[in-house]
Design a protein around this ligand. Structure first.
Ligand code: IPD
Ligand code: CA
Ligand code: CA
Length: 256
């Protein structure tokens, strides 16, 4: 099934690249966009899943939840973000990805994050480790926040939530560097392979988090909410790290 997931992520990623700069853009809210490419990539992924695994449920960003199959709730659920980083994509900023995960009986079993601009395929299967283009990856070994490169994101309701700016300022003063790249799934994949040492965001959706979360845990990192409780992908908060700077990051998030 992991091969199937990487194959459809690659197909969808290629579609995104083909339409980069030409896809029509519409608005879902004040600052929330959707492009023709989001929809086309999602349709492609759903079509492939429907024909290979017609009994499986699907939760996809643009189409919502369709988890009832033949009147029954499936134990299998594909969780899809066909284009994570839509604002980047709409501006031609080459930082976006396709994110696909599979849940079985409530547990994440596989996750893939594909960056078609760099042809980087991040993949993980529960208990089998995580890879980048078929090579094993591990989180970084940085144990001092002062030497850490962090990343964060702002959800679309950021204008009503000034706490984001406060957190950003606090981490900027204490870490070596803080980035805001605009693709949460890719940010998590970068923590998994050690490019970032930590990531936090409040206001995420399950399709932003699911694949990246499995990458982090399979790459021996740590992922929780802001209260050090186990991650729940249906609950918007994510603190992900190499494990070594987790407590100090949590302390900063909870400091007044
Ligand atoms: C968004 C990106 C962004 C994050 C937002 C997400 P989208 O997803 O992951 O980095 O900060 O919270 O909604 O809309 O580009 O798929
Ligand atoms: Ca997203
Ligand atoms: Ca999206």
């Amino acid at each position: 099934m992991l091969n199937f997931a990487t194959q459809i992520a690659r197909e969808a990623g290629n579609l995104l690249v083909q339409r980069l700069g030409v896809a029509r853009i519409t608005s879902k809210g004040d600052i929330n966009l959707v492009t023709e490419a989001d929809i086309a990539a999602e349709n492609l992924i759903i079509e492939r899943i429907r024909s290979h695994y017609p009994q499986h449920g699907i939760l996809a960003e643009e189409s919502g939840e369709a988890i009832l199959v033949g009147g029954k709730r499936s134990e299998w659920k594909w969780i899809i973000d066909p284009l994570d980083g839509t604002t980047n994509y709409a501006h031609g900023y080459p930082c976006f990805c396709v994110s696909i995960a599979l849940e079985h009986a409530g547990a994440l079993t596989l996750g893939v994050v594909y960056d078609p601009m760099r042809d980087e395929m991040f993949a993980a299967e529960r208990g089998q480790g995580a890879t980048l283009n078929d090579r094993k990856i591990r989180v970084s070994t940085v144990d001092d926040l002062n030497c850490a490169m962090l990343c964060t994101g702002f959800p679309y309701n950021v204008r009503e939530r000034p706490d984001f700016a406060r957190e950003f300022a606090k981490f900027t003063m204490e870490a070596q560097a803080v980035r805001r790249d605009g693709s949460a799934a890719l940010d998590l994949a970068y923590v998994a392979c050690g490019r970032f040492d930590g990531f936090w965001e409040d206001g995420l959706n399950p399709w932003d988090i699911a694949a990246g979360a499995l990458l982090i845990s399979e790459a021996r990192g740590k992922i929780t909410n802001f209260k050090d409780e186990p991650l729940d992908i249906y609950n918007e908060q994510v603190l992900a790290s190499n494990g070594l700077i987790h407590d100090v990051m949590m302390g900063i998030l909870n400091r007044g």
